[in-house]
Design a protein around this ligand. Structure first.
Ligand code: B3K
Ligand code: ZN
Length: 870
């Protein structure tokens, strides 16, 4: 297969710009006509032809300043059309180009470009989907003012595009049209068009300068009541961005459309966001607390893009983290302000440890600003997004709230209306601080997860020397690593909980800067045992190697000032216990640990937020990241055994917590969320003890909300099979008309570690609500199996790997983007024992040899197989 690798170093400014775009789109399922009129200006003096991107598009008509141009032939110098480009010979410096083309949205199952699904026309252009609609300079540094006329049947009463509506009317053939104008120049990836028949929720928001903005939310017919929370979230996001960053909305109307068929979460098209309905629709009967949280977070994320992404956009796609890392950081800060700082931080750190660390350890390792890409869609990764956000968080930590705001103000002052680079962002931040950020900027170019090691050594005269060192192991893409500039949150805690400071004054406000391979400082311990709690609040995206005794970990839990550290100490204790059971399955856990946890529970019984988080045993995926050569069956067995001992040993304490939390009528507000969370975590532990099975069924029957219903169902996974089956059957009967809710049921089935899992999955795929063409369904069945059913996915007969590969071969023909996501667990073989590796590579080999494999899947599979070969 011949593929083209694009490199960041090869960037060249565009040879032409397109200042205005006039699009006229006449919708039809198999013959949508797209007429595009472009004002084109040559950049600089050169005589190159104008080369437009166009993905398998025909040219029906082409005019330059009204003069027709034909295709090139022997005796005529016309345009040259290939399956990916249109080259137009032209010597004018400024001209108007008219091109007529056509597309078939009904045959578009990749859901990129313009597609017709679930009865609505919808577009997705980021990263390079606009070239599937019409010929264009499909790159983010070409900014144009758009005027768009959408023509459609009466069957589609709502015809939407970016900006403000400026005209509408009936046409003689029974069709109607709406014309839109967006005054803000934008790159084509922010173009959007939607046509359909929706229920509409309306509201308005008055901005800080007194401008009234119309808010419109379009949802499927009959779902209006499920849209209220999203609309309220939008207003909270608009207010927060004004309060915290002084940023105001800039059009008269802000529209959000929720659609069922969507490859990812949502898309920030200017003035017309398109959302996966999963991140819009929410009410207490159908959405869990986590769903409500996600709706608010994604609504905010897309809204925040209006400044960080749309007003200031990326020069090229290698700079993606410029908008995504920054916008994720902004949405995280917003969510923390709306809900709780602690549980937000824990949530995001879990994502880093479970998914980003594994990406960095795999063949897909890349810096937050990648250097090489085959398929851009493969780089919307946890590294670019979440590690990118961690890098922005470090700017925030280093510059402080005011310094960061000053840097942001300067960034907008310099770059509003431009397409810029990560270096431009760093330079704006540099203007707001006296710190030298040059070493810090290595975070943009160096991949991999640094490991911080902590050592302590007793010196004479009662002093203890602490040494912090850093090392970044080589990654698949880079062998040589340099020391990074890291802010490290640190607490030195004495046995009685007193905090110590150092003699050299390197700890400032609980923070040290580690900017070389290693650094040391001393503390007067005067005979006291000191416990260093390092990387509090996950102050840098790193792993920590801090060999503390169990007693020290319990000290951190008991006396640590930083709540995050306290949670983290508990996680380390669990990890340590599970390791013991891996080494010897008969081992019994040190009684002191149970005593410590029991007393922790009784001390914190009213602090349900911390308690709820602390009682979560690290996931299988997180444990994998702390180990090498994982034998899946062994690790799962040890984890399961630990969970059983945990429930038995702590039975009385867990029951106390369960009984202390009274069930109240549902409301989505933080204290109630914390209580439900804690209660459901405890229920899952108790469910391992047969005598508490009734608590699970009782909660299921009594529940007035999806959080508790699903909490009961998850716990029922640990009860007798007939209990689980009967509750699952009731759930399915109740929600079988609501595929979005049924996704939860699909996922629960697909993650059951049962021997007959393939029969179950086959049955799920035949369910009337399942369709391979809907990414949400595929993710909930096949994605859940591959990512979260570790025991069966990694079964040593290779059946799990083969099942996923077989499915991906079919899916890849329809939707390469989704296939390339789901192939991820198969490509991350590096952390597993050799018997797993061999079987995983066997399936990767099958995929690679498949004729017609998409470049999306090809890029990930070929890199994975090449890993370690050099
Ligand atoms: N910018 C979009 C993601 C587009 C993904 C293209 N494959 C959503 C977001 O991050 O807000
Ligand atoms: Zn984004």
């Amino acid at each position: 297969m011949s593929v083209q690798i694009k490199r960041r170093a090869d960037y060249k400014p565009p040879a032409f710009l397109i200042t205005t775009v006039d699009l006229h789109v006449t919708l039809h399922p198999t013959d949508t006509r797209v007429i595009s009129t472009l004002k084109v200006t040559r950049q600089g003096s050169h005589n190159q032809p104008l080369v437009l991107d166009g993905d398998n598009l025909p040219v029906h008509k082409l005019l330059i300043d009204n003069a027709p141009l034909a295709a090139k032939s022997d005796d005529n110098d016309g345009y040259i059309l290939t399956d990916s480009s249109l080259s137009i010979p032209v010597d004018k410096n400024e001209f108007t180009l008219y091109i007529e083309t056509s597309i078939a949205p009904d045959n578009n199952k990749a859901l990129e470009g313009l597609y017709l699904s679930g009865g609505a026309y919808c577009t997705q252009c980021e990263a390079e989907g606009f070239r599937r609609i019409t010929f264009f300079l499909d790159r983010p540094d070409v900014l144009s003012v758009y005027t768009v006329t959408v023509v459609g049947d009466e069957k589609y009463p709502m015809l939407l595009s970016n900006g403000n509506p400026v005209d509408k009317g009936q046409l003689s053939d029974g069709k109607h049209f709406v014309k839109w104008h967006d005054p803000h120049p934008k790159p084509c990836y922010l173009f959007a068009l939607v046509a359909g028949d929706f229920d509409l929720l309306t509201d308005s928001y008055t901005t800080m300068s007194g401008k009234e903005v119309a808010l419109e939310l379009y949802v499927d017919k009959g779902k209006k009541h499920q849209g209220t929370f999203a609309l309220e979230s939008l207003k909270r996001a608009m207010k927060w961005d004004e309060d915290v960053f002084g940023l105001e909305y800039d059009l008269d109307i802000y529209m959000i459309v929720a659609v069922d068929f969507f490859n990812m979460g949502a898309m920030e098209n200017k003035g017309l966001n398109v959302f996966n309905s999963k991140f819009v629709l929410a009410d207490q009967d159908t959405a869990t607390d986590d769903d409500f949280f996600n709706v608010e977070a994604v609504i905010a994320h897309e809204y925040f893009h209006n400044w960080t992404g749309n007003r200031v956009t990326c020069r090229d796609w290698f700079q993606l983290s410029l908008k995504e890392g920054l916008t994720v950081f902004r949405d995280q800060q917003f969510s923390a302000d709306m809900t709780s700082e602690l549980s937000n931080r824990i949530k995001h750190v879990r994502v880093m440890r479970e998914h980003q660390f594994s990406e960095d350890a795999s063949a897909m390792s890349h810096p937050i600003r990648p250097d090489e890409v085959i398929e851009m869609n493969n780089f919307y990764t946890v590294t670019v997004y979440d590690k990118g956000a961690e890098v922005i968080r470090m700017f925030h930590t280093l510059l402080g709230v005011d310094g960061f705001r000053q840097g942001m103000d300067e960034y907008f002052r310099r770059h509003d209306g431009q397409a810029v680079t990560c270096d431009d962002f760093v330079s704006a931040m540099q203007s707001a601080t006296s710190l030298d950020l040059s070493q810090f900027s290595l975070w943009y170019s160096q991949s991999g997860t640094p490991v911080i090691s902590v050592e302590q050594q007793e010196l004479e005269n009662g002093k203890v020397q602490f040494t912090l060192s850093q090392r970044t192991p080589k990654t698949s893409d880079q062998h040589d690593k340099q020391p990074l500039y890291m802010p490290i949150n640190i607490e030195i805690i004495g046995q009685g909980g007193e905090l110590y400071s150092d003699n050299e004054g390197v700890i400032n406000d609980g923070m040290v800067i580690l900017d070389k391979e290693s650094m040391s400082f001393t503390v007067d311990a005067s005979g006291n045992v000191l416990t260093p709690a390092v990387l509090g609040n996950f102050s840098a995206p790193a792993k920590v190697d801090n060999p503390l005794s169990t007693e020290s970990l319990l000290t951190i839990f008991k006396h640590g000032k930083d709540a995050f550290n306290r949670w983290d100490a508990m996680q380390s204790i669990y990890d340590r216990c599970i390791r013991e059971l891996e080494q010897s399955p008969e081992a019994s856990i040190d009684e002191n640990i149970w005593v410590g946890i029991r007393s922790a529970i009784s001390r914190e019984i009213d602090n349900v937020e911390l308690l709820g988080e602390c009682l979560v045993i690290p996931s299988f995926e997180t444990l994998c990241q702390l180990r090498t050569s994982v034998d899946v069956a062994e690790l799962s067995k040890a984890r399961t055994e630990f969970c059983h001992q945990f429930a038995q040993q702590l039975e009385a304490a867990l029951l106390d917590v369960f009984n202390s939390i009274e069930s109240k009528p549902y409301s989505y507000e933080q204290s109630a969320v914390n209580q439900r969370r804690c209660k459901n975590v405890v229920l899952a532990h108790l469910a391992l003890l047969p005598q508490y099975e009734h608590l699970v069924t009782e909660q299921f029957e009594a529940s007035d909300n999806m959080t508790d219903t699903l909490g009961a169902l998850r716990s029922a996974q640990f009860c007798r099979k007939e209990v689980f089956d009967s509750l699952m059957a009731k759930f399915e009967q109740r929600y079988n008309k609501d595929p979005l809710v049924l996704d939860k049921w699909f996922a629960l089935h697909a993650t059951q570690p049962t021997k007959d899992i393939f029969a179950t999955i086959t049955m799920l795929c035949e369910h009337p609500q399942f369709t391979m063409s809907n990414p949400n369904r595929v993710r909930s069945v096949i994605g859940s199996f591959a990512f979260y059913n570790s025991e069966m996915f990694h079964a040593l007969d290779g059946s799990g790997y083969k099942f996923v590969a077989d499915y991906l071969l079919k899916l890849d023909k329809l939707n390469p983007q989704v296939a390339a996501r789901i192939v991820t667990p198969l490509t991350q073989w590096q952390g597993f024992a050799s018997q797993h590796q061999r079987l995983m590579k066997e399936q990767l080999g099958r995929l690679l040899n498949h004729k017609g494999l998409s470049k999306d899947v090809f890029e990930k599979v070929s890199k994975s197989l090449a890993y370690g070969a050099d």
